[in-house]
Design a protein around this ligand. Structure first.
Ligand SMILES: *Cc1c(COP(=O)(O)O)cnc(C)c1O
Length: 398
């Protein structure tokens, strides 16, 4: 068996600090390492594996498409991307789509679309208001859009055109809105920023404000979309519709795909103004089509909703068992965070790993739970039992 950790150290740039685990196989909500040890996966590729690992519908779609046609240029029509486009438009409040390869590319494209609209219809307005604690991706412009200093400081000076204001504060958006602002871009629930759920009226107020000012509301649903929060799109549960929306993560059932969707009025790109070589790739689109179809036909968002409630109930029991240790349980559907009384999330995530549970330490004091959306009740219970074991072993060490 090769020493994969040594190889990584030798050849890889230091960007993500990896857990000491090499995953070689995945099935449903479980993964296995080289020694055959099994782990219950509550990271799911960072909220990507919406149907778990190697779901038969996804595997079959990829297998079939890989044997038919893998890539052409977008100069030609290909069928999987058109089928996906139709399915997404028919099941959303948006009218048009552009396909790309990742979340950052989708949000960056959404901002380009908003700027295009600003140039054409808002006297050249180009600035985009975004929120503190937000995460929109890793390109330079999206680092500038993301309201987190840890991503910005290493790269200053940053591209201009973004105004970071306090999340969940409508007055902050109102104050920042000038004649050069073309859009507000928000996550309906902030994922990477620690699973921050806004107050119930926030998005409605933002929607009203954007309408009043004639500016665009972009929702970054890369993490919250495709059933993650208990509806197909998180904005549905807040009772609003975006003008532009970005998708990625869960869309491809594990394959790399992103999308910009927009209402007709805001679909203002014209030929040559935006593009992507791999965007709309037949294999990723076939996987996304199979994923979306399965999610819609089997009402997977409903399962995410129900299992989310069960997870909260189990976590609350855990909280009363370990008095004072858990200080907050928050989230929506199967995008949850558990906050602790101290900064030991990283150690706890390691204890979970040892116990056979994969979790993400989203903050020094919080774990993020984002399992597959088709997870079963037994798997939810098992995860909380494993978390309980990990907490107990942590307690013993403190
Ligand atoms: C993950 C994420 C992104 C970036 O997606 P990548 O595919 O990593 O580029 C953007 N916005 C949100 C809300 C995300 O969760």
């Amino acid at each position: 068996m090769a020493d994969w950790m040594e190889l990584e150290k030798e050849y890889f740039m230091r960007t993500v600090e990896r857990a000491p685990l090499t995953i070689v196989k995945g099935q449903g909500s479980y993964v296995w390492d080289e020694s055959g040890k099994r782990y219950l996966d509550f990271v799911a590729g960072w909220a990507v594996n919406s149907l778990g690992h190697c779901h038969p519908a996804v595997v079959e779609a990829v297998r079939h498409q890989a044997g038919e046609l893998i890539q052409t240029s977008n100069h030609y029509y290909t069928i999987p991307q058109l089928q996906l486009a139709e399915l997404l438009v028919k099941n959303s409040s948006l009218d048009k789509i552009f396909l790309c390869n990742s979340g950052a590319e989708a949000t960056e494209g959404a901002v380009k679309l908003a700027r295009r609209y600003g140039k054409l219809h808002l006297n050249g307005a180009y600035e985009v208001i975004t929120a503190t604690g937000s995460f929109h991706g890793r390109t330079l412009a999206m680092v500038s859009a993301s309201g987190q200093l840890k991503y910005q400081t290493p790269y200053t000076p940053l591209p201009s055109g973004f105004i970071n204001v306090e999340y969940n504060n409508i007055e902050a958006i109102k104050k920042a809105t000038t004649s050069t602002v073309c859009a507000v871009m928000l996550e309906p629930v902030q994922g990477e920023g620690g699973v921050n759920v806004p107050s119930p009226d926030y998005l409605k107020e933002v929607r009203r404000w954007c309408d009043e000012k004639g500016i665009i509301l972009i929702l970054d649903e890369i993490q919250t979309g495709i059933g993650r929060t208990g509806e197909l799109f998180a904005h549905q549960s807040f009772g609003i519709e975006p003008d532009i929306m970005s998708l990625a993560k869960g869309l491809g059932g594990g394959l790399p795909i992103g999308a910009i969707m927009a209402k007709d009025k805001f679909s203002v790109f014209t030929y040559g103004e935006h593009g992507s070589t791999f965007g709309g790739n037949p294999v990723t689109c076939a996987a996304a089509f199979a994923t979306m179809k399965f999610i819609i036909e089997n009402d997977i968002p409903r399962n995410a909703f129900d299992m989310g409630i069960r997870l909260i109930q189990r976590l609350e029991r855990l909280s009363s068992k370990h008095t004072g240790l858990i200080t907050d349980i928050r989230g929506k559907g199967l995008l949850m965070a558990v906050q602790f009384s101290g900064d030991f999330a990283k150690t706890l995530a390691q204890k979970c790993l040892e116990a056979g549970l994969l979790v993400n330490d989203v903050k020094p004091n919080a774990l993020r739970l984002m399992p597959a959306l088709n997870i079963t009740a037994d798997e939810i219970d098992e995860a909380v039992e494993l978390l309980d074991q990990a907490i107990t072993s942590l307690d013993a060490n403190r």
